[in-house]
Design a protein around this ligand. Structure first.
Ligand code: C2E
Ligand code: CA
Ligand code: CA
Length: 688
């Protein structure tokens, strides 16, 4: 194999690798290719060694041949010089023939006389051999290389016939077939040795790498991919270290997975199940109970006033309470009940099996009792209660979301009904809650898209029958539902505190109306605006009222308040009310007579007007029915207060009110609340 062919083959082979490598993994070759390349290099190396070995043995052979020829030639020369005479040529013939027979390298020997005529030739084996074509080299020029190409060598023989020297020549013919055969035989031997050793070497290397590298690596690959059936120890250090590292990694991964699972299924604060695993468990129960046609119950628990505790005592303290609750829940429930914390102060208890609804009631009752027991934190005694809602699978929901939502709805109802209790989910509760949710959305949209309008209901001077003022009453004009009356949304707006921005809008709108009327005949009309108790939760209420009313004559602006405003934070709110009054705004006590201790407020708060609730007006048919109203009117007069009778619908009612000197009335008898334009018309026409 010559060198060029070798590098050429190697070149092709490496390009194939690189292309393969690019296709699969950039810059990396497979172990298989790597070993094949080692074999290839080893093969080339072995080839090179064997080639040299062949050259050496060829040289040895040629040396051997050369020596044997030279020895024979030397012997012959010596023998002939000693014995050759013209006559006795035959005497040496047997000697020559002997050489030819014994030395297979020598094919023929010609003896020539001084005139170069052949006087003897052996030619025992090749009779038709044409010697004349052969050119002969002097025997001294015989070398390792030309012995295989040069067929004829000659030498001269000097004999003496007496004193006269005579020259003879001898041509020695080499048996080319024999010498070439010798070389061919050597090549064959070496080739066989080369092939056998190469094959054995490749096989050995292949088996070794298969056992110790390829198979272990494949096992490792499978282990890494499927992460199961860890393989046993490997012989090769590096592979064994990879196996060990993989083992350790998988162990660590498993640990981390377990920790993660715990983290993802348990609530870190209470150790109870979290929302995720609760959902999983409910789903599992649904599947199971669907098959078994059985029921299970969900109790949704929300702590009462927890937000206040959290806000006043801090979150760390709140966490302690939550932990206490978690422990109470675990202690109070049975072993196969599921207790979870949904987040915040919301907990869920699942009763996977119960005999009848009484069992649920008993458990809920027990929870209520145990939860409301006093407990100690940091040497102080506390008490907390919870409101609960109960939903039952499948009647209250067939999927997790519905069940949890309905239990939540029932809990909400339980809160509404005074907290520290439980409530089963019912369709009626559901409807009410749905309506509430729907309304909340409508209010939100209305605030965004200006769907609110202020209507005005006249207040009429009973004596002159002139419209002297009006009450601004809000209307929600929904694009789908039309006009929505306040009873459907005021309560909800109060609950979610949207009454605060809404109330501000009402004040601004009423002020704007006063301004519009300033240059018209309605310039003296006083507008009363209702203020909700929730608006007093806004610490900036006073400043806002001051700001919004700064551009008008405040004596034309009146605020109607009900007693509910003063149920909580009496002192603080009384102060605000007094300050409003100081601004020059007048105050009306709304729905008078329906509250708790109406009269007592009159001495504390400087009200300008008393509005007698419609309920009292509804019941007056004769003068006898007027006793109560009469009394109120009397007190109002004594205190220099105005009196407005609300909800006057009939002329009879008006007549009776007139008789007792009630100053003003408001009611359908004059008009329902109307939009500003309509109010202007009413004003010019007057009321009865
Ligand atoms: P309210 O402040 O007592 O308002 C008087 C309510 O009685 C008004 O109902 C009015 O339309 C109604 N009314 C007046 N005269 C008659 C009558 O002769 N017959 C009958 N059947 N009803 C009469 P409305 O407008 O539905 O408001 C109901 C309640 O909603 C109000 O009671 C008030 O508490 C609240 N509200 C209305 N508008 C506002 C507002 O702008 N802000 C606040 N915070 N509450 C408002
Ligand atoms: Ca009112
Ligand atoms: Ca009223």
């Amino acid at each position: 194999m010559d060198k060029q062919a070798l590098t050429g083959a190697f070149g092709i082979y490496t390009t194939v690798w690189i292309q393969k490598g690019r296709y699969h993994f950039m810059n990396s070759i497979s172990i298989k290719s790597f070993i094949l390349s080692i074999i290839f290099v080893a093969f080339a190396l072995e080839g090179y060694i064997f080639y040299n070995f062949f050259e050496n043995s060829k040289e040895t052979i040629s040396k051997l041949l050369q020596t044997s020829i030279q020895t024979d030639v030397l012997n012959l020369k010596h023998f002939m010089e000693k014995n050759l005479k013209q006559k006795d040529i035959n005497f040496i013939a047997s000697h020559i023939d002997n050489i030819i027979i014994i030395n297979p390298t020598v094919k023929d020997i010609h003896i020539l006389d001084s005139n170069k005529n052949i006087i003897y030739h052996a030619n025992i084996r090749y009779e038709d051999y044409n010697h004349s074509t052969q050119k002969c080299l002097p025997i001294s020029k015989i070398t390792n290389t030309n012995i295989f190409t040069q067929q004829c060598y000659s030498f001269s023989i000097k004999t003496f016939h007496g004193l006269q020297a005579k020259y003879y020549y001898a041509n020695v013919y080499i048996d080319e077939a024999y010498t070439h055969g010798l070389i061919a035989q050597q090549i064959r031997k070496i080739l066989v040795a080369f092939l056998v050793s190469a094959f054995v070497f490749i096989l050995f290397l292949w088996v070794l790498s298969k056992i110790y590298i390829i198979t272990p690596l494949e096992k490792l690959r499978q282990y890494a991919y499927y992460s199961r059936n860890p393989p046993k120890n490997f012989f090769v250090k590096e592979i064994e270290s990879i196996r060990y590292s993989l083992n350790m990694t998988f162990k660590r991964l498993q640990q981390e997975q377990e920790e993660l699972y715990n983290l993802s299924t348990k609530d870190p604060l209470s150790g109870l199940y979290n929302r995720l695993s609760l959902i999983e468990k409910i789903n599992w129960l649904i599947a199971k109970n669907k098959r078994d046609k059985k029921e299970f119950a969900i109790i949704f628990l929300d702590l009462d006033n927890f937000k206040n505790i959290n806000d006043s005592k801090g979150h760390a303290f709140g966490d302690k309470i939550l932990l206490h609750i978690a422990q109470v829940l675990l202690k109070t429930t049975r072993e196969n009940d599921i207790v979870a914390r949904l987040g915040g102060d919301e907990f869920v208890v699942i009763l996977p099996d119960f005999s009848n609804e009484n069992t649920i009631i008993e458990i809920a009752q027990r929870l209520k009792e145990k939860l409301s027991l006093p407990f100690r934190i940091e040497d102080e005694e506390y008490q907390i209660t919870a409101s609960m809602g109960i939903a039952i699978y499948p009647k209250d929901g067939r999927d997790v979301q519905t069940l949890l939502k309905n239990a939540d709805i029932a809990m909400y109802k339980s809160k509404e009904l005074g907290k520290n209790n439980f409530q089963f989910f019912t369709n009626a509760i559901n409807k009410a809650v749905q309506e509430k949710i729907h309304m909340q959305q409508i209010i939100k949209d209305a605030l965004q898209h200006n769907h609110f309008k202020l209507y005005y209901q006249p207040k009429v001077d009973i004596k002159t029958k002139k419209i002297v003022g009006c009450e601004a009453l809000i209307r929600l004009i929904d694009p789908v539902e039309g006009i929505i009356p306040p009873y459907r949304f005021i309560g909800i707006a109060e609950e979610n505190r949207t009454i605060i921005p809404l109330g501000e809008w009402i004040i601004q709108e009423a002020v704007a109306q006063i301004k519009k009327w300033e240059q018209t005949p309605l310039k003296n009309i006083k507008i009363s605006v209702n203020l909700s108790a929730v608006q007093f939760q806004d610490p900036k209420l006073l400043q806002k009222i001051q700001k919004y009313t700064q551009d008008i004559d405040r004596s034309k602006f009146d605020i109607e308040l009900t007693e509910s405003v003063l149920i909580q934070h009496f002192k603080e709110r009384l102060n605000i009310i007094k300050n409003i009054k100081k601004l020059g705004i007048t105050l009306s006590l709304d729905d008078f007579g329906t509250g708790y201790s109406s009269l007592s407020y009159l001495k504390d708060i400087p009200f300008d007007t008393l509005k007698i609730d419609k309920a009292f007006i509804d019941n007056i048919y004769t003068k006898d029915d007027l006793t109560f109203i009469n009394m109120i009117v009397g007190i109002a007069q004594d205190l220099h207060m105005n009196v407005v009778a609300e909800g006057v619908e009939t002329k009879e009612q008006l007549k009776l009110l007139e008789e007792i000197n009630c100053k003003e009335y408001q009611g359908y008898l004059c008009s329902k609340p109307v939009p500003p334009k309509k109010f202007e018309e009413l004003f010019s026409l007057g009321c009865v």
